[in-house]
Design a protein around this ligand. Structure first.
Ligand code: CP
Ligand code: NVA
Length: 313
């Protein structure tokens, strides 16, 4: 890893992602590697969560460690206490911190001042843990990554940013259809272009969903209104009206294409229930894989796998 933290999926190399993918597949087969004995994870969340919180908590428990969940009301990051002081204190108690924040600066500030690794559990720019589980899910369904095509239809948000980067890092062609003004930021696009060039793959942006979906192996979408944007939801429903994933849009993709969504879904907005609950949908495998990939990530970050393999040599 570039440093002690996972703030962006770019903090990992393609090789490290490959190792984690293979570890996560192993973890999925045998859930009881108690390799993080007595390790403690603090979850510091400014926003709600089902998957991220539960997958981290169960992952730690199954690996022999513990988790302390700190809700927005308990910590009051930046309100009751500065992110710097919260990080400095938590670093004295726990072995690793996962933080879900509104602003990327907050998670970066925690990482700067905590003596222990900090994991970005979603902010306004990225959701790296989601992208890692997404790559595992694509691999599980397609048996490979390089050369595949993922089509993302919808908002150029945190999930889209990490997924675009992750796909480019692994040589997956990435096509994204977003309405004008809702594209991924230029800096992310440039970074993804650079990764793709090194992997012989491509990143393609359009405002036409059918163009992105055409011949894709994976059709991916996320909510049009992310947490914290609730006031814009009526406006966004209008702007994104043509970006819903329907059976007709799925038909533009390859015959064996799968449908993916990080969840929670806004039913009937970005995807019809017909697609969400269709045989092509792998959304619940995708949710489960959050836990397996996070086990692999925690093991890498806390040196757990080395300890395990040394012990069993
Ligand atoms: N996909 C995801 O991060 O879900 P939660 O918001 O429920 O954690
Ligand atoms: N883009 C969504 C993802 C939720 C997992 C959000 O930020 O709310």
């Amino acid at each position: 890893m570039k440093g002690k933290d996972l703030l962006s999926i770019m903090d990992l190399s393609s090789e490290e992602i490959n190792v984690m993918l293979s570890d996560a597949v192993d973890m999925k087969q045998d859930k009881w590697h108690s390799i993080l004995d007595k390790k403690v994870l603090a979850l510091v969340f400014e926003k709600p969560s089902l998957r991220t919180r539960v997958s981290f908590e169960v992952a730690m428990r199954q690996m022999g460690g513990h988790t302390i969940y700190l809700s927005p009301a308990e910590v009051g990051l930046g309100k009751r206490e500065s992110a710097r002081d919260v990080a400095s204190v938590l670093g004295r108690f726990v072995d690793v911190i996962a933080a879900r924040t509104f602003s990327h600066e907050t998670v970066a500030e925690l990482a700067r001042w905590a003596d222990v690794p900090v994991i970005n559990a979603l902010d306004d720019i990225e959701h790296p843990c989601q992208a890692l589980a997404d790559l595992m899910t694509v691999y599980e369904n397609k048996g490979e990554l390089k050369g595949l095509t993922v089509a993302y239809i919808g908002d150029g948000n945190n999930v889209a940013n990490s997924l675009m980067l992750g796909c480019a890092m692994m040589g997956i062609n990435f096509k994204i259809a977003s309405p004008a003004g809702y594209n991924v930021p230029e800096s992310i696009l440039n970074a993804a272009d650079e990764y793709a060039a090194g992997m012989d793959s491509s990143v393609f942006c359009t405002d036409k969903p059918a163009e992105a979906a055409s011949e894709a192996d994976v059709i991916y979408t996320d909510v049009w209104t992310s947490m914290g944007q609730e006031e814009e939801s009526a406006k966004r429903r209008e702007i994104f009206a043509g970006y819903k994933i329907t059976t007709e849009l799925m038909d533009k993709a390859k015959e064996d294409a799968v449908f993916m969504h990080p969840l929670p879904a806004h039913h009937g907005e970005e995807v019809t229930d017909e697609v969400l609950y269709s045989p092509a949908s792998v959304v619940f495998d995708q949710a489960e894989n959050r836990m397996h990939m996070q086990k692999a990530l925690l093991a890498q970050m806390l040196g757990g796998l080395d300890v395990f393999f040394r012990r069993h040599k």
